[in-house]
Ligand binder design. Sequence first.
Ligand code: 5GP
Length: 191
Amino acid sequence: MQLLEERILRDGRALSEDVLLVDSFLNHQVDTELMREVGEEFARLFKDAGVTRVATIEASGIAPAVMTAQALKTPMVILKKSKSSILQDGVIQTEVFSFTKNASYQLTLKSQFVRPGDRVLLIDDFLANGEAAFGGIRLLEQAGATVAGVGAVIAKAFQPGMGKLRAAGYRVEALAAIGSLSCGKIAFAEG
Ligand code: 5GP
């Protein structure tokens, strides 16, 4: 998505060889007009996937996910990073390792919000090693849903998440694919 790539080049910053900072338009301050375009692009890509719900992982996935759900005219469900280890009735959890925080958290879903037979599109801000996406998929499938696809606003193609998800049979679409962050320079992946 050209508009997004231009924005990443203009306002993104390679914090290290493997972390991209985009907090001026995606992770901290949110450019709602850009997010609307992101949502419309995901909706276009997944229009024939029979999506009945969009899900995301709090917090940075919420803005692109809500715009995608609005464009697809479906509800949107937030998978919570719960601090509580006490399981309530109808709540399912799975442990996920966080790339940016270097710590694990419990990803949590009230199963009443995703039903058997749902076809869920999982949207997130970044796809890196795929831990968050696989955690989300575990919960959604445990709830009886089918994962219709995974949409990442930005995928780091030099990290294994995208390849692992595709190898496991999931459809993955990234609106921008980063090929390298070496020497402070942002380069997009070929193709
Ligand atoms: P994964 O689980 O695929 O390794 O990492 C995905 C999660 O880590 C995303 O939800 C995102 O919050 C965070 N993340 C991974 N890489 C980056 C990055 O380069 N920049 C930022 N801002 N967040 C990232």
